[in-house]
Design a protein around this ligand. Structure first.
Ligand SMILES: [Ca+2]
Ligand SMILES: [Ca+2]
Length: 151
C-alpha cells in the first residue's frame, strides 16, 4: 500500500469503529447468570465507581424464567448464556443515553473476549441462536439492526 492511501484508509477505520459503538467501556468477569439476558459482572477495568454490576443486555429479550411467564425456553436461554459467559471475561459497551434501567441494571451490549480484545457481539449471538428476540428500546444508544449490517 502506498503511504498516501494508508493516510486515507486509517481515518475511515476510526470512523467505522466509532459508528460501531465503544465495545471496551468496561471489562470484567461474569460471576453469576440470572437469566438469558441478565447477569452480574465483576469489573476489572471501567470508569465506573462500582465494581460489581448487574447487566441487562440491550435491545433484546429472552423468554422468562420467573413469574407467570416462566417457561422451558426461558430455562434454555439461561443455560445457553451460562454456558457461554459464566466465569469468562467479557467487554461491555454501556448505554451512554440512559445507563441503568428501572431495576438498577446497566443496559449494555456484551462482547466476548477473543484474544483479549472485544470479539463477537453476544446480544446478537443470542438472537442468532433463537434464544432472544429483538426489542429495540428508543431510550438507549443502541440500534440492534446495525449488528447484522456490520458483518
Ligand atoms: Ca456506550
Ligand atoms: Ca435501541
Amino acid at each position: 500500500m502506498k503511504p498516501t492511501k494508508a493516510i486515507f484508509v486509517l481515518p475511515l477505520f476510526l470512523l467505522i469503529a466509532l459508528a460501531a459503538g465503544a465495545p471496551d467501556e468496561a471489562m470484567g468477569r461474569v460471576t453469576k447468570v440470572i437469566d438469558g439476558d441478565t447477569f452480574d459482572v465483576q469489573l476489572q477495568d471501567s470508569s465506573l465507581s462500582e465494581d460489581l454490576i448487574r447487566v441487562r443486555l440491550a435491545d433484546i429479550d429472552c423468554p422468562e424464567t420467573r413469574g407467570s411467564k416462566a417457561c422451558e425456553a426461558g430455562k434454555n436461554a439461561s443455560a445457553y448464556t451460562r454456558s457461554w459467559l459464566l466465569s469468562t471475561y467479557i467487554f461491555l459497551d454501556l448505554d451512554d443515553k440512559t445507563g441503568k434501567d428501572q431495576y438498577d441494571r446497566w443496559v449494555a451490549v456484551a462482547y466476548l473476549s477473543e484474544d483479549g480484545v472485544p470479539g463477537r457481539n453476544f446480544n446478537k449471538i443470542l438472537v442468532d441462536a433463537g434464544h432472544a428476540e429483538i426489542k429495540d428500546f428508543e431510550n438507549n444508544e443502541f440500534d440492534p439492526w446495525s449488528w447484522w449490517s456490520q458483518e
